[in-house]
Design a protein around this ligand. Sequence first.
Ligand SMILES: [Zn+2]
Length: 216
Amino acid sequence: MMKAVLILSGGVDSTTLLYKLVDDGYEVHALTFNYAQRHKKEIECAKTIASRLSIIHRVVDLSCVARLLGDSALLGGKDVPCCHYTEDAAKQTVVPNRNMIMLSLAAGYAEAHEIPQIFYAAHKNDSTIYPDCRAEFVEALKPAIRLATAWHPVELCAPFVDLTKAEIVSLGLKLEVPYELTWSCYRGEERPCRSCPTCIEREEAFGINGAKDPLV
Ligand SMILES: [Zn+2]
């Protein structure tokens, strides 16, 4: 059986990628990172989703390094913006170099377990905002990871890098992803706030597909 490591946040994109990999016949080892997020709802969602699929799942505690990474709104420093994604809103919600940190650990985990591929769900919407979601970043990191893991070479894969969030949701609806188990909102309240950038983007992605987000 093909094996893959996946960075699973518990949101729409990585959960869709998880269902795609399982559908493609992979045995998935999912890693979820606790970087002292403002709330723990996504992590709890990731646990529920992983147990629903009976896959191997590790929650990696990076809360001790969060204070090195500044005062992002995601870490509870700044206020969560109430608007669509703009450059300013994005800057308030960026955790510096987050994907490189997580991918670096995922590559180490993969090499240790002789798993040949690691996946993460960077996509086109994020690429306009976050530098570590861009195709250039993926292409630059691929050879670095391969060289760093030369004894059991690990390949970095980002199959959604050219897809919009709406296209990801379209795929997920076909794969019957249980989106009611996912969480995106930057505020960890009972229900999604529907006003933060990720809530707006998520609702739009379902709307473009003529579907309703089961959370709203
Ligand atoms: Zn929200």
